[in-house]
Design a protein around this ligand. Structure first.
Ligand code: KIV
Length: 285
């Protein structure tokens, strides 16, 4: 099921201009149409349909179980709600690792669901080929370096990356390869602020940080973290702006109480037969 999406006014050029003008780029994840609509109306620059959907919506323990069908459904939902901001869809684990042709096909499917761009993790030679072929095929790409959740098992846990000068230079080198391959931005996750600053200053494309300090060109956070909806844990770098968990639980408890006590539904929430139909019904007895 594809959605036809009009060209959104915020584009890859907007990202480039914001870096040039030293204006911060704002990005949040979203996974459903109404949240995307509200973030869009609030003025966000970009929505990431993150594979974090696996953890915060689908209840998995990591992102690796998310598949293309999941990402297509959530990307289409967000795309229907986001009319102006740039929608980036995550390529899920194993959707771009087997062959370049398969990767480009899968990236194209997310664009057909309404994404403006795709994001993929890493920057080895094979990934760089995938990025090149996507861009050559008309698919804008965001890279993702530092802590890359799809490599959780290889990295041995949720660990800050780039903690030495050498490791910082390694990530910068990866970022430069992504830039040369045509990526228009790169997410830097869980790297020290000094490393992220150095990488940002030595790159032409914008960096979007998550747990990467204050000097990246933009910031991204997971919606369920800022809204206080996901409560299994709170990453150090996430800031909570609302407490949706309490809002949802309180609303549910009030509903249960009202149903049990007969307070719900009340006169304003019910339909009535007209007098004649009501009288006819009584005569049936
Ligand atoms: O899936 C996701 O939410 C992400 C962010 C952590 C950047 O990739």
């Amino acid at each position: 099921m594809s959605v036809e999406v009009k060209f959104r006014p915020i584009t890859v050029d907007t990202f480039a201009k914001k870096k040039q003008n030293n204006e911060k780029i704002t990005m949040l994840t979203a996974y459903d149409c109404s949240t995307a609509k509200y973030f869009d109306e609030a003025g966000i620059d970009s929505i990431l349909v993150g594979d974090s959907v696996g953890m915060v919506v689908l209840g998995y323990e990591s992102t690796t179980l998310v598949n293309m069908n999941d990402m297509k459904v959530f990307t289409a939902a967000v795309s229907r709600g986001a009319k102006r901001c740039l929608v980036v869809a995550d390529m899920p684990f194993m959707s771009y690792h087997t062959t370049v042709a398969e990767a480009v096909k899968n990236a194209g499917e997310l664009i057909k669901e309404g994404a403006s761009a795709v994001k993929l993790e890493g920057a080895n030679d094979y990934i760089i080929d995938v990025v090149k072929r996507c861009v050559e095929s008309g698919i804008p790409v965001v890279g993702h370096l530092g802590f890359t959740p799809q490599y959780l098992n290889v990295l041995g846990g949720y660990k800050v990356q780039g903690k030495t000068a050498d490791k910082t230079l390694f990530i910068l080198n990866q970022a430069k390869k992504l830039e040369e391959a045509g990526a228009f931005a790169v997410v830097l996750e869980m790297v020290p602020e000094e490393s992220a600053k150095y990488i940002t200053e030595n790159l032409n494309i914008p960096t979007i940080g998550i747990g990467a300090g204050r000097y990246t060109n933009g910031q991204v956070l997971v919606a369920d973290d800022i809204l206080g909806k996901f409560s299994d844990f709170k990453p150090k770098f996430a800031r909570r702006y609302a407490d949706l968990k309490s809002v949802i639980k309180n609303a549910c408890e009030s509903y249960i109480n009202d149903v049990k006590s007969g307070k719900f539904p009340d006169e304003s929430e019910i339909f009535h037969l007209d007098e004649q139909a009501s009288a006819e019904l009584k005569e049936q007895k």
